[in-house]
Ligand binder design. Sequence first.
Ligand SMILES: O=C[C@H](O)COP(=O)(O)O
Length: 222
Amino acid sequence: MSSTLIVLNLKTYLEGTGEGAVKVAQACKEVADECGIEIGVAPQFCDIYRVASQVDLPVYSQSLDPVGAGSFTGHAFVQSIKDAGAVGTLINHSECRLTLANIDASITTARDAALKTIVCTNNVATSAAAAALGPDYVAVEPPELIGSGIPVSKADPGVVTGSVDAVKRINPAVQVLCGAGISKGEDLAAALELGSVGVLLASGIVKAADPKVALEDLVSKV
Ligand SMILES: O=C[C@H](O)COP(=O)(O)O
């Protein structure tokens, strides 16, 4: 496996009782095995167990709450997420924003449970701030490009290179992903050329007529 990472966020695109998530995860696994690039998937909370127990690939939670065991209602508890089979979590996705203090607490909560952390950011300044908190990855995604089909690597390359430079300066152990509008092989290739180690993406693959064909295109130029 290369050190490139692709994380496919299923958001709330798929209805049903998890069969759709398993099917897309299976496509991710097959393409990952074919191309040697790590591909993870972030399903709905209630699908984590089903996906992780049926498909051998890295499963991420779409978020978590920094609460422990006990008197907490309506929260995404880290131990349940981990026991369901997740290996990591997104934090502060632009569709699930947190305060700085909660980002910090979520990273600590995930790290204490040995879950990998991907903190989403919206610009260079927030990428720098996130890097200071020491997650495994910062994923920079300009919100206006999310779901647009216009790839960040083409529309706003500066936010990727700026985030890579800022993160490297502040905490070289943190790796940078980028996302928003990524769907094609040329988008992933450009993202890597800009210095990121991979991509966080969703609609271009999940909404494709055939997600496996879309994934094969995505990895075709690296
Ligand atoms: O989590 C994924 C990002 O929000 C990107 O979404 P998108 O690929 O649909 O633009």
